[in-house]
Write a protein that binds this ligand. Sequence first.
Ligand code: HEC
Length: 141
Amino acid sequence: MPASLRFVLGLLAAAVLLAIVCATVLVHQSHEEARTNAEQLTGGDSAAGRADIERLGCGSCHVIPGVAGARGAVGPSLAGIAERAELAGRLANTPGNMIRWVQAPQAIDPRGGMPDMGLSDKQARDIAAYLYTLRAARPDK
Ligand code: HEC
């Protein structure tokens, strides 16, 4: 292979690599942004919320992106919940209502299908923070 061709191929390879690095950085930044927004809205810690969701077994009733084994079909999927207008078809989707709902759904509607899970105030905030990272455009996160 002539040296000039090798040089061009080398440049191409470098350009592809750079594009991959840039794309990775951008994806990471938008995840970080979603996380920061969600934590500012709720005053919760989204990583702790995800761990709580996993431990409490919300995934036995809900599909929840980013939570291992969360494939339940008793309740609605929580994919993209951050972008929905209403919660459970009853409440405006505001941070305060999200916290209230996950903490005491039976107080909002005693005939609703979601049980009270006995969450502390902190757990409810943390869980709401995680749920607000679930935007429709990125159902994987
Ligand atoms: C026993 C099954 C069950 C468990 C466990 C459960 N949920 Fe639910 N959840 C439901 C059902 C059913 C609904 C729909 C309730 C309704 O419309 O009355 C719901 C609704 C919701 C909604 C509103 C969804 C929407 O589309 O508006 C959120 C948010 C939610 N649950 C979060 C959670 C979280 C977080 C946990 C764990 C702390 C959890 N759920 C545990 C059954 C469950």
